[in-house]
Design a protein around this ligand. Structure first.
Ligand code: KIV
Length: 282
């Protein structure tokens, strides 16, 4: 583990040293602080917030302003982790100028240290221009949630059977194009493990997998999947390490019961008329 502040070049060092990179999404101050103190290397303010925080059925409605709002909270909560912010749908695909301006806002207004965008060969020029003005870029290929309609759902990519002939080769070309354009790392989402291994072996930049097997240089998960904060559906590739949905639900039920039974507030939660009598110390 890197003990000091994690910076963009550290990820390349971690790949060289074969130290796995641990990345999680975070969307607010308390969770950023919890993950940072636990030793996470990278915090991603993902546009997944559209689904797990806002309750939408895709990431498409998320706006740049919403990402900036959440980046600010995460930045306040972290000391060590590298903070990467997603460019949401239609904030970078229209033109290179649009991408430069909006990525710049994530850095300048939000305080992110790098941006992430989805796409391979078609995004290479945009990545190159961002890197030219010193905005570090994390690429993202494979199952790219902003392409949900083209893919016909959130489907595994790079399978000859499901995605047609040549899809494997296209993903390899995408990975190399993103690397050659100057991205410092690459998220591989929802692709077969052997393909992720091949990309990881061939790419000089670190790969960070989600639903892409164990051979990637790092792993990323959505915090709600790790903490068991989703009501029902847990994707196959995710592993819940806690069940906060159940814990929160039990806590809320206990509170409601105690209010109804007048068991809360008890004397120790109540201010007295004089100082020191049941009052919080000032
Ligand atoms: O939006 C997001 O959280 C992501 C990760 C799942 C990689 O892109």
């Amino acid at each position: 583990m890197v003990n000091d502040k994690v910076r963009v070049p550290d990820l390349a060092r971690m790949k060289a040293a074969r130290t796995p990179i641990a990345m999680l999404t975070a969307y607010d101050y308390p969770f950023a602080r919890i993950f940072d103190q636990a030793g996470i290397d990278v915090l991603l303010i993902g546009d997944s917030l559209g689904m797990v925080v806002q309750g939408a059925d895709s990431t498409l409605p998320v706006t740049l302003g919403e990402i900036i709002y959440h980046v600010k909270m995460v930045v306040r909560g972290r000391q060590r982790a590298l903070v990467v912010a997603d460019l949401p749908f239609l904030t970078y695909q229209v033109s290179v100028e649009q991408a430069l301006r909006n990525a710049g806002r994530l850095i300048k207004e939000g305080g992110a240290e790098a941006v992430k965008l989805e796409g391979g060969i078609t995004m290479a020029e945009t990545i190159r221009r961002l890197v030219d003005i010193d905005i570090p870029v994390m690429g993202h290929i494979g199952l790219t949630p902003q392409s949900v309609h083209r893919m016909g759902g959130h489907r595994v990519q790079g399978r000859q059977s499901g995605n047609g002939p040549g899809c494997r080769e296209r993903l390899l070309e995408d990975a190399l194009a993103v690397e050659q354009a100057g991205a410092f790392s690459l998220v591989l989402e929802g692709i077969p493990a052997e393909l992720a291994r091949e990309i990881t072996d061939r790419a000089a930049i670190p790969t960070i997998g989600i639903g892409a097997g164990a051979a990637c240089d790092g792993q990323v998960l959505v915090m709600h999947d790790v903490l068991g904060l989703s009501e029902a559906f847990v994707p196959r590739f995710a592993k819940p390490y806690a069940n906060l949905w159940q814990d929160a639900s039990a806590a809320a039920a206990s509170y409601i019961r105690e209010v109804r039974e007048r068991a809360f507030p008890a004397a120790e939660h109540t201010y007295g008329a004089s100082r020191g009598k049941g009052a919080r110390p000032s």
